[in-house]
Design a protein around this ligand. Structure first.
Ligand code: SF4
Ligand code: SF4
Length: 145
């Protein structure tokens, strides 16, 4: 079992700071690995990362929804922001740029997002395979800054 970061992730980074086993890795290069990823072999399923994520992007693996219902807006540290999905560069339909800041005040610039409308239904489970690919055939821990 593990927790999974889904494409609702806007690279805020709060999750990394609370993980007791340091198993959350920022994807790099961002164009190819746009999210943060959790190493399932190390994650102890403590759940500490879930409430820390202002974008509400993290789920226990068994609870990743196939029919997630868009909320329209999300309160990110007091700012009401449009909820988005974040994908790899070149993904069809994901051509909206997101500019924001992460939990440390660093600029976040994402090229391949799209706004998730209120009530829109999306399947978030493809993030499970993407997460495993990141560690099995992708950069894994070598992506750490
Ligand atoms: S806190 Fe949420 S948005 Fe930020 S990196 Fe972690 S999963 Fe992504
Ligand atoms: S569930 Fe716990 S161990 Fe797993 S990634 Fe989140 S904070 Fe880390």
């Amino acid at each position: 079992m593990t927790h999974i970061i889904t494409s609702l992730c806007m690279r805020d980074g709060s999750c990394v700071d609370v993980c007791p086993v340091e198993c959350i890795v920022p994807g790099s290069p961002e164009s190819e690995w746009p999210l943060y990823y959790i190493d399932r072999d190390t994650c102890i399923d403590c759940g500490a990362c879930v409430p820390e994520c202002p974008w509400e992007a993290i789920f226990p693996e068994e609870d990743v929804p196939t029919d997630y219902k868009g909320k329209g807006t999300i309160n990110v540290r007091g700012d009401v922001l449009e909820q988005r999905l974040n994908m790899a560069a070149g993904t069809a339909g994901f051509d909206q740029v997101y500019d924001g800041t992460d939990s440390h005040g660093n600029a976040v610039h994402l090229e391949a997002t799209r706004v998730l409308k209120k009530g829109e239904i999306v399947d978030l489970t493809p993030a499970i395979a993407d997460n495993d690919n990141f560690f099995q055939s992708g950069p894994g821990y070598s992506a750490q800054p």
